[in-house]
Design a protein around this ligand. Structure first.
Ligand SMILES: O=C(O)CCC(=O)C(=O)O
Ligand SMILES: [Fe+2]
Length: 401
């Protein structure tokens, strides 16, 4: 049972006027319905065809000047989002050595930074869930299980955005005085911040091999997210630039996560529920998530017939999953699929999700093309940041900071 006390009320915390807290609680109900489907239920939560594998989509043709090439990739995305809600992308333009170097930063953060320095940047110092969170401090599933993961979280910074942003960044709670990340001290973890920055924006380094530089497409993570927004728009038969005005100072929390080795390694099939859960079952909150994972499996996604499917690491692949905003925009056509992490191996596991949101001050409202007289909108409009904050508040025992 939930042990959350002191839940925020809409009046005391929400200046946006919409009922994002009700929407956040609705998401908890969606999760419960997915985890405990009624035997005769015909709701959209259970009506999808079961799946056993996760599609791999090569993004390379989506960088073509030809609209039909881009549309062809978008149609694969449409198929994946209406069936599984997860896919891997290859040919995405982020160089593999950069992905590996970013994953190594996660290992460095957890191994090299002294505990006292981690505690100095504890997320309890932050109103926006930025900084270090120790194991079992948060729970995505109402503290029904103790989560073994530990994490370091940060949010959007204009300085990390290759476009520089539009100067209008608005925080989760609507405040406009800048993003308040808590970074480790440079002296204690030299090169850490610059390493993260490389994942976000090009660094003025001469390419080691100029010919290769000219021949290959090189993207960083935020540019890839904006590119995916074009493809999601095309996949929904919207103008390609439909989401552009909504991602000029986008919300985007990213985190380094460490899952400790299992004390009793065993395969997926023989493990009972809620044993050594790294990260409890949940859906993600924003538009979509991009996930780097190391070579250790652990991510599991829930098929509509109750089977957990392992999202095994794919060489050079980045996991993409639909999150709640896309489900709300599309009136449930795209699935915000429930997933969890269980490290069933004797090795540590590291992952780096980036939860890509639209500008936190913009609203998510069901797309007109996804409603009809027979299929009215299931969702009220919500302000992006407020919804994410309300969902985050539900992950701490106090209900809020
Ligand atoms: O660590 C992973 O593989 C997934 C993490 C995740 O689902 C999340 O942080 O929301
Ligand atoms: Fe997730």
């Amino acid at each position: 049972m939930a042990t959350i006390t002191n839940l925020p009320t809409a009046e005391d915390t929400n200046p946006t006027g919409d009922d994002s807290l009700a929407a956040a609680l609705e998401a908890q109900q969606y999760l419960d319905a997915r985890l405990n489907p009624a035997p005769t239920s015909t709701s959209t939560a259970t009506a999808t065809k079961p799946f056993r594998s996760i599609p791999i989509i090569d993004l390379a043709p989506s960088f073509s000047g030809s609209l039909s090439d881009r549309q062809s990739v978008a149609s694969h995305i449409h198929e994946a989002c209406t069936t599984v809600g997860f896919f891997y992308v290859t040919g995405h333009g982020i160089p593999k050595p950069l992905c590996n170097a970013t994953l190594q930063l996660a290992e460095r953060f957890f191994h090299e930074l002294p505990q006292a320095s981690k505690d100095a940047i504890h997320i309890r110092n932050s109103k926006h869930f930025r900084g270090y969170e120790p194991p079992a401090f948060t729970s995505v599933n109402s503290f029904t299980t103790k989560e073994t993961k530990e994490a370091f979280n940060w949010g959007y910074e204009a300085g990390l955005d290759p476009t520089g942003g539009d100067g209008g960044y608005v925080e989760l709670d609507g405040s406009t005085d800048g993003s308040k990340n808590q970074w480790p001290l440079e002296a204690e973890l030299p090169g850490f911040y610059e390493g993260i920055a490389e994942y976000y924006r090009e660094v003025n380094k001469p390419p080691s091999n100029p010919l290769q530089f000219l021949l290959s497409l090189i993207l960083q993570v935020l540019q890839l997210c904006r590119h995916l927004c074009h493809l999601f728009a095309l996949s929904l038969s919207l103008p390609e630039n439909y989401f552009d005005p909504l991602v000029t100072h986008p919300g985007g929390i990213a985190r380094l996560i460490r899952y400790p080795p299992s004390s009793n390694p065993k395969p997926l099939s023989s493990v009972t529920e809620d044993e050594e859960i790294g990260l409890g079952a949940h859906s993600d909150y924003e538009c979509f998530t991009l996930l780097l994972q190391d070579s250790n499996p652990g991510l599991e996604i829930l098929s509509s017939d109750g089977h957990w499917i392992s999202a095994e690491p794919v060489d050079g692949g980045i996991v993409v999953n639909v999150a709640d905003f896309l489900m709300r925009w599309t009136n449930d056509k795209y699935k915000s699929t429930v997933h969890r992490v269980v490290n069933r191996t004797a090795k540590e596991r590291y992952s780096i999700p980036l939860f890509f949101s639209i500008n936190y001050d913009d609203k998510v409202e069901t797309l007109p093309s996804c409603v009809s007289e027979d299929n009215p909108s299931k969702y009220q409009p919500i302000t992006a940041g407020r919804y994410v904050l309300d969902r985050l508040n539900l992950t701490v025992k106090t209900g809020k900071y």
